[in-house]
Design a protein around this ligand. Structure first.
Ligand SMILES: NC(=O)c1ccc[n+]([C@@H]2O[C@H](COP(=O)([O-])OP(=O)(O)OC[C@H]3O[C@@H](n4cnc5c(N)ncnc54)[C@H](O)[C@@H]3O)[C@@H](O)[C@H]2O)c1
Length: 379
């Protein structure tokens, strides 16, 4: 397969990231089919035409069904608001297309489960936009832990904080409703933390959650009053992994000063690894040497020794950015399509992440811990 046709639905923050990734992936990684930017969809049509020109797509439409039906499209990228993900993904899979869907998969766990079932039924390849796990720094942390460099993990601490809803005067928008967004901080950013946490610590066995809405109403943009906020600004949880190890995680979209504090610490018997997405090219490693006068954290700057950094940049410490993580994600997807096998995370993997965030909300509602069934076996 020399070329593969891309259909992109939505041209906001993530639409631009997908367009960048599919445009550049072949430049950085030679071992995949060349993406052909075939059809772009947004509304209204004038906007779609403008963005198709800017992003380099051959055709523009305001009808995502027409995009799916277009024979020039092999991969459907879904970068619309959350409420459209499920309907578009199901239609694309039924039409025999591959699907690159942004997170969260759907508003509800039921819809996400249906999407995963459809992927298995129709056989299209899928991937969900958990781009932070594509970071070479994160993959290196996984390797160090697997190699036993810090000993046996004994505890996990994780945060994901931003301040985009910290100001009580920020106008009400679709992200505040269960009908348009689904979960709040959990579905928007907490799921990213879960994707990293489970990658480092393995599946979750039990979770006890507590969620809260800080700003109960928000002003309407036109000044005509206030509307209620329906989903959580803050979520916290105590975690017990299948390995028996414990953890604690916390997420807020109302944490002043935090811009993308997606951070973790893995505490282990001989040391600790810590990471913070606001410094995404760094990993901090402490290994106990027994000499407390000289012990301390080492800051490792990622470089070509941390794959696949070298494919994007030949020089250590020169640093990758957010959009390049999306390019690494796209590379993995195109490899799975061209060579067979599963992309990571496909709909089944992502469903496991999303089961955890929904379990936190469910636990908070019922006041009881949620015991998660063992994860699906790898295949
Ligand atoms: N992976 C990440 O790190 C990350 C980061 C931000 C957002 N996201 C996810 O990406 C998705 C989009 O978020 P965003 O921040 O890009 O939103 P956005 O508001 O910036 O963009 C949404 C786009 O979808 C378009 N759209 C809406 N309805 C449409 C329709 N019926 N047909 C065609 N186009 C339509 C809008 O016009 C807009 O261009 C969300 O699901 C969000 O959770 C993921």
């Amino acid at each position: 397969m020399e070329e593969i046709g891309i259909g992109l639905i939505g041209t906001g923050f993530m639409g631009k990231a997908h367009a960048f990734a599919y445009r550049t992936v072949k430049t950085f990684f030679g071992d995949v089919p060349a993406p052909r930017l075939a059809v772009l969809c947004d509304q209204p049509l004038d906007k779609a035409r403008l963005m198709a020109d800017q992003f380099g797509f051959s055709k523009a439409t305001d009808d995502w069904r027409a995009l799916i039906d277009d024979p020039a499209v092999d991969i459907v990228c879904i970068t619309t608001p959350n409420k459209l993900h499920s309907e578009i993904a199901l239609a694309a899979l039924a039409a025999g297309k591959h699907v690159h869907c942004e997170k969260p998969m759907a508003l509800t766990l039921e819809d996400a489960t249906t999407m995963a079932e459809a992927a298995r039924t129709f056989g299209g390849k899928t991937i969900v936009g958990y781009n932070y796990i594509a970071n070479p720094a994160f993959q290196h942390a996984r390797k160090l832990i697997a190699d036993g460099v810090i000993g046996r993990p004994v505890h996990f601490r994780g945060f994901v904080d931003e301040d985009y809803q910290a100001d009580p005067e920020t106008p009400w928008n679709w992200r505040a409703t269960k009908g348009d967004a689904g979960l709040g901080a959990l579905g928007d950013i907490g799921c990213h933390l879960v994707s990293m946490m489970t990658g480092l610590m393995g599946p979750v066995a039990r979770i006890t959650g507590d969620i809260d809405i800080i700003h109960k109403t928000r002003p309407l943009a036109d000044g005509s009053g206030h509307k209620p906020v329906e989903n959580e600004d803050i979520a916290s949880a105590l975690v017990r992994f299948e390995s028996g190890v414990s953890g604690v995680i916390s997420s807020s979209r109302s944490a002043w000063g935090r811009k993308n504090y997606l951070a973790f610490e893995v505490h282990a018997t001989h040391g600790m690894i810590r990471f913070d997405q606001e410094r995404l090219n760094e990993l901090q490693i402490f290994v106990n040497t027994g000499d407390s006068a000289r012990d301390g954290f080492t800051t490792v700057l990622t470089g070509p020794a941390h794959e696949p950094y070298g494919a994007l940049c030949p020089a250590q410490g020169h640093q990758l950015g957010f959009n390049e993580l999306k390019t690494i994600e796209v590379h993995g997807f195109l490899k799975a399509i061209a060579e067979g096998g599963r992309a990571f995370p496909d709909f089944d993997h992502a469903l496991e992440f999303e089961r955890v965030v929904h379990a936190i909300a469910c636990s908070s509602e019922t006041g009881k811990s949620v015991f998660l069934k063992p994860a699906l076996p790898e295949s």
